[in-house]
Design a protein around this ligand. Structure first.
Ligand code: AMP
Length: 409
């Protein structure tokens, strides 16, 4: 079902609540990757240009105990947003109450107010994360309409997305629209050949993705830690490599049903210790010793994966090929990243999380068709699941008052 988007709303002079995903990494008070803020600028700029009063809501980190409060304040994010927008952002350090309400009531057209971290409400009974209806209705009462631009949290049903959307006319922001377009259209109707590359630590996180993509992709290249469960399922010695023994039967049955679509590493980079500067060697996948673990794909595998990627018209990548945080074991991930960045005439889509971070770190931000801002959300989308944050938005044919409205607007 097509969802309403920004242009379907009549925003001039209206108080527009916007759920953004400003859950950015912060180290010692400094934002180390502002991609999510940058990606939200289009929506915010559109709304201020159209004379809306823009009220921003986001979560940051997890709030389980009192100590989490100070380190997860959104104040530093508001400052960065101000720099990027070159506009004043009125940060209110509360999630509710008279000061916030006063600031919103005094807003003029094109002004921006930002609330404190929505998850501060989790300290008292997980109100945000459990989609407490009173909280969703309260936030909805602060505005006239709702825009959800937070793809990164769209797989969750929280008060600040689903809760607000159920009370107000609502639409997808530009970033949300872009994410849905690339993950939805591209993956559902891919230009062929369609190659998926999956890596990362665990098979269990990506079983649903593999099963869904087997129906759509021509090939699935598997690297990273998850490859070892498949190798063990095939009867190979994987030494002390990461492995999920309770998933061996599942791995066997996936391989049996894969019609040779799954390509596993043919060689690996092994070491005896899990540390940055541990001595390492390359061996073919049959040559691993009992005391060795595989931490990267080897050169023959890189060559093989490159061959499979040649001529691909659609590529989706999720998960690093090895422990890319350690320089000695980052070669596989770097090579895949570089190969994708240089593919001609292909749609290249990177799921969020580590692969997105790796691509950006390596300076390829502009070289991909799309780098997702959502790790978990992009995985659930690739599994073919519906995302509650999206489902809760108004369908295009809904009236001005939102889903279920029969007032005749
Ligand atoms: P994920 O969040 O599932 O995409 O996993 C990313 C993590 O997988 C990264 O922190 C990598 O260091 C880790 N990883 C990738 N390959 C391996 C491997 N061969 N052994 C252990 N961890 C790995």
């Amino acid at each position: 079902m097509k969802k309403k988007t920004l242009e379907d709303l009549n925003v001039a002079g209206k108080k527009v609540l916007v759920r953004v995903d400003f859950n950015v990494p912060i180290i010692d008070g400094v934002i180390s990757d502002d991609n999510r803020i940058v990606q939200a600028l289009a929506t915010i700029n559109y709304l201020t240009d159209e004379k809306a009063k823009v009220i921003l809501l986001s979560h940051l980190g997890r709030i389980k105990k009192e100590e989490d409060i100070a380190k997860n304040s959104l104040e530093v994010v508001a400052k960065r947003l101000e720099e990027l927008l070159e506009k004043k952002v009125n940060f209110i350090p509360y999630t509710r109450g008279p000061e916030l309400e006063k600031a919103i009531n005094e807003m003029k057209e094109s002004e921006i107010v930002m609330l404190q971290n929505t998850r501060y409400e989790d300290l008292d009974g997980k109100k945000e994360s459990k989609n407490n209806p009173e909280l969703g209705a309260y936030w909805a009462s602060l505005g006239d309409m709702f825009v959800n631009d937070a793809f990164g949290t769209a797989h969750r049903s929280h008060a600040s997305n689903v809760g607000i959307a159920s009370c107000l006319e609502s639409a997808a922001g530009y970033l949300m629209e872009k994410e849905l377009k690339y993950f939805g259209d591209t993956v559902d109707n891919p230009q062929k050949p369609f190659v998926a590359i999956l890596g990362g630590a665990k098979v269990s996180d990506k079983i649903g993705v593999i099963e869904n993509l087997l129906k759509k992709a021509d090939k699935i290249l598997i690297g990273g830690g998850m490859a070892y469960t498949f190798m063990k399922a095939l009867g190979h010695n994987i030494g002390t490599s990461i492995c999920e023994d309770d998933k061996l039967d599942l791995a066997t049955s996936i391989l049996e049903n894969a019609n040779d679509k799954i390509i596993l590493p043919v060689d690996v980079v092994v070491t005896k210790e899990f540390r940055e500067d541990a001595p390492f060697r390359v061996t073919n996948y049959k040559g691993m010793k009992d005391n060795e673990m595989g931490l990267d794909i080897g050169p023959k595998t890189i060559k093989l994966f490159k061959k499979e990627l040649k001529g691909a018209k659609t590529v989706v990548w999720n998960g690093p090929m090895g422990v890319f945080e350690f320089e000695n074991f980052a070669t596989g991930t770097k090579n895949i990243c570089e190969t994708l960045a240089n593919l001609k005439d292909a749609r290249t889509i990177i799921g969020g999380g580590d692969s997105a971070a790796a691509a950006i770190q390596m300076g390829y931000r502009e070289k991909f068709t799309h780098i997702s801002t959502g790790g978990g959300a992009s995985l659930e989308f690739l599994e073919g699941k519906e995302l509650p944050g999206v489902v809760s938005l108004d369908d295009l044919e809904d009236g001005a008052c939102g889903a279920g409205c029969d007032c005749g607007h």
